[in-house]
Design a binder for this molecule. Sequence first.
Ligand SMILES: Nc1ncnc2c1ncn2[C@@H]1O[C@H](COP(=O)(O)OP(=O)(O)O)[C@@H](O)[C@H]1O
Ligand SMILES: [Mg+2]
Length: 282
Amino acid sequence: MNDPTVGPSHDGAGPSGSAVVIDGVSKQFTVHGRTSQALVDVALDAPRGEITSLVGPSGCGKSTVLNLIAGTIEPETGSVRHNGAPVVAINHDVAYLPQGDDLFPWRTVMDNVALPLELRRVSRAARHRQAREILALFGLAGRESSYPAQLSGGMRKRVQIARALLSGVDTLLMDEPFGALDAQLKVRMQIDLLERVHRQTGNTILFVTHDLAEAVALGDRVVVFSPGPGHVIHVENIDDLGDRSDLLSLTESPEFQRHVRTLWSLVAPELVHRSAASGATP
Ligand SMILES: Nc1ncnc2c1ncn2[C@@H]1O[C@H](COP(=O)(O)OP(=O)(O)O)[C@@H](O)[C@H]1O
Ligand SMILES: [Mg+2]
């Protein structure tokens, strides 16, 4: 299990196969001499070019999984591979959108978005041109010289996504990106993610959310974690929804509702049993 050369059989490094393969991973944290187990024997793989949603109760280790893929922490046991190679240091081949907002408050929108190009020493004119194009795509034309504090939460999220796209990597790690947005804006951002990001780029996306309907609406598959210490208890394949361009109608389809109900029964069985008894749907 701990031998990095032994992975799941579908550890593909080619154009299809898996972008991320996690096998036998356990992770613990020690704070002030007290050790707690965050993940136990986690196995997970994220097919290339697909959206993999990760759900599970708060504290089950979803963010820890993204941190392992980003290489900001290391597992005690098991292996984490990205694009066929073991992750052993900070992984510069993923774009990580942490929970909350990690924009630099002292940089303008333009200079936040263009940062990945600046780090690659792309000329100022070229990086500003590319940043302007992508900002226009995300409805932020005219906001280039604003500072993050002058933007709404939805706009700041768009700036984070635009910056991730300019980094040119093929894998996005998104940690509850739309959790703080109001209901309408959330749906708008979900449509943007499907149409402007995923359909245009074909990127692999790992999408952490506590919203089970969102996990189904966006995911090609949903990986369900147990309560902490987390391990994978179920993988729900979402392959029967057809075209997702009309997200609102999609949520009314029986297939969609069946997937969401299955997830509820795994994440919060006590609520499903109670609502079944009273005739309500969760
Ligand atoms: N950097 C850290 N230091 C100490 N404990 C941590 C750290 N990151 C996560 N944990 C602990 O690991 C467990 C899983 O956390 P996390 O991955 O944030 O869960 P989730 O994202 O599913 O809510 C929690 O008990 C949390 O307190
Ligand atoms: Mg988290």
